[in-house]
Every structure is written in C-alpha cells, then in structure tokens.
Design a binder for this molecule. Sequence first.
Ligand SMILES: *Cc1c(COP(=O)(O)O)cnc(C)c1O
Length: 415
Amino acid sequence: MESFPASSSAQSILTRLDELRSNDVRWRDGRAFTLAYSAGPEVEALAADAHRRFATENALNTDAFPSLRTIQAEVVAFVGAWLDAGPDGAGFMTSGGTESLLLAVKAARERGRRERSITQPNIVLPTSAHAAFEKGCYYFGLESRRVDVGEDWRADVDAMADAVDDNTVLIAGSAPQYPQGVIDPISAIAAIAAERGINCHVDACMGGITLTYLRRLGYEIPQWNFEVPGVTSISVDLHKYGYTTKGASVLMHRNKVLRSYQTYLTDNWLGGLYGSSGIMGTKGGGPMAAAWAVMHMLGDDGYLRLTREAKETCDRLAAILDSIPELTLRARPEVTLIAFGATDPDAFNVFALADALWRKGWYVDRQSPPDSLHCMVNAVHANHLEEFEIDLRACVAEVASAGSSGDQGSYGTIE
Ligand SMILES: *Cc1c(COP(=O)(O)O)cnc(C)c1O
C-alpha cells in the first residue's frame, strides 16, 4: 500500500487524473461499442453541469431536498409515458439496470410472501436474461430456473410455462435481451403471469427508449410494454440510450401496490423509522439531476433523431459484417445490438479479432456461449463507422492469416 499523500493542488490533481485516463477507450470518438454512450459534447456538458449542482445532495430523504423529489417524479413520469404506464404507473429512479433488476426480484419475492405465503420462491427466465437476475436470486434467496432459448435466441415460452410451479413468483423476458439483441415474445410470457397472478418483469434496460422511438419511426415492433396485460414491471436504463451520466435507471411498476413491494421500511434500531425505495440509503442527486436535464435538452425530437441515427448505423454495421465471409451474425439486429461470431470457429478466433481491434483503439464486448463479439451501436457511431470498417477489415485479415487465438475476457470486473 502507498502511504496516504500530503495535500496537492487542484491543478496537479486534475492533471494526474487526465494522465490516468489517457489510455481509456475514446468513447466520445465512437471507439467503444459498449459501456459508454454519447449524444455529443453539448449534451455531455449539460449533464456534467447538472450533475455537479447536485453531486452532494441526497435523495435518501427528500424532505430536505424537495428539488430531488420533483426531479425524480418528473423523470419517472417521462419514462412512464414512454412505457404506456397510464395514470396508475408508479416507479423510482435507481442507480442502474442491476439495481432495477435486483428490486424487481425483491418485489416479486415480497409479493409472493405476503399474498401467497411462499417461503421457497423461484423465478423462471430464459438463459438470455441478464446476469443481474441471477445476482438478485443470490442476494435475496430465490431459486433461478433458467430455460433454454430457441434456435432464434428468443425465450421458449412453452418450456417456460412448464418450468413454472406454485412457488414461482416471477417470470421475465427482455426487450431486447442483451446477448443477441432479439426481443422475447413478451405477450406470451406475460400471459403465463396473468393466468397465475404472478409478477412479470420486462427487462428493457437496453431497449426501453429505443423501442419506443423505433415504433414512432415506423418500425414494426411487437408489443412489449405496459400495453401488454400481465406485465407488472419494466426497467429502463437512462445511462445507456438515455445518453445521461452513469447511475440512472428507472424501475416502473403497473401500480402503487406492486411498487410497495419494492420499498423497505424498519423501525428496529435506535434511529427511528427508516424507509428507502431501493438498495441504497444515501442516494446521490447528481445522476438524477443529470438525467432530468438531458431528457429536457433532448426532448422527444432529440430521442427520435438519436434513435434513427443509432438504428441506421446498426443496420450499416450489420451490412458490413454480412460482407465479411469470416464472420456471421448471431441474429438480424432488431434494435441496436449486434452479436456476431466466426463462420468457422476452428479457423477463426473472434477473441483474437477483439484483441486486434483493441490494439487499434476499438473496444467491443466478448461473450459466450457461443464465442461471440457484441456491439451496442449508439448515435455517436454514425460518424465513425467508415473508420471502423477499414480497421475491422484489416484486423480480420490479420487474424485470418495469423490463425491467432485471444482471450474471452469477461463482462464485468472483479478486481
Ligand atoms: C445493461 C443491462 C443490464 C444491467 O444494467 P447495469 O446498468 O449495467 O447495471 C440489465 N439488462 C440489460 C438488458 C442490459 O442491457
């Protein structure tokens, strides 16, 4: 361990921080196909300003900060409108997709316990559903029943129905699912939940905003939001395609009763009645204010434009990948995600391709099974796809001729 340093000047500290980030992926130049999203410098500057104004404010108790109560209520109302939540819809902001999914799992467990006295709860979900559901089961003591997806990577609804039993408290689908970017058959999944009176969560962390605007742009989008009877909650991340700073997502419930199972209350300590809407106690106002500001700056027309740009760029990338014989798409992109693998995995290693791209400053996600690369295309890529195509073709040629192998890597970080 280094010893704790003596004080330094603000200038030298900021210089050091800039040095530290000099090798980070250049996401503002469209070089990250994951993790960071850019709607351009003006939006970023406003988000940073708004964030700074509320960075130390605390939404744990909004009696002291009524500003944050208003900000949260407006953000949730905007998201509710996107999701066709209607007047009964009720939600909270969370710190991200993972917290939203953890709380969806917790709310389902709580409802099962209170309404049906279930003590050994399970949830039924496709193998494509996000790892955060698994984390929720692990944290809150539920059994995760994973059901294989079909050939087209979509949830297999009949197999899911077979996996449901009297202890099932939650069934879930994604719009779209993260690994291959296809939309699960939400109406059919929700019908199982409606029949049994259990929770049905739609994970729209990635797609909630995009799908809303794709439909407005005239794309054929199957029903996936609260217009589907039986859907009880939906998660939408604002720090992805909402283009705001990190730490912002919304978990919406169909009504306040369902939302009540999310919150936590206790008076079993010496500090009085303590209530919180989410996992966290102290809740930073920065991400909330930034999300509110960005949503106002972009507005309906801004999200429409950004969605069009992201989708058109995603389709252009799909066409580029189609034209490279070594690579094959896992699925035709339905939203703005593309996963692709090697046409002949014995002859071509996609992780080596990811290594080669990273040497040229491009960051793509790696995943398996099956061994694949994964790109989340956002609006910033519109002006950088030509550069990417040139480097991609060069890297494919390099890997094909060298026959090199790479590492799978992992989605998260453990150190
Ligand atoms: C990103 C994502 C999550 C998890 O969200 P975090 O913000 O990374 O915690 C969950 N589900 C889907 C579909 C996602 O794309």
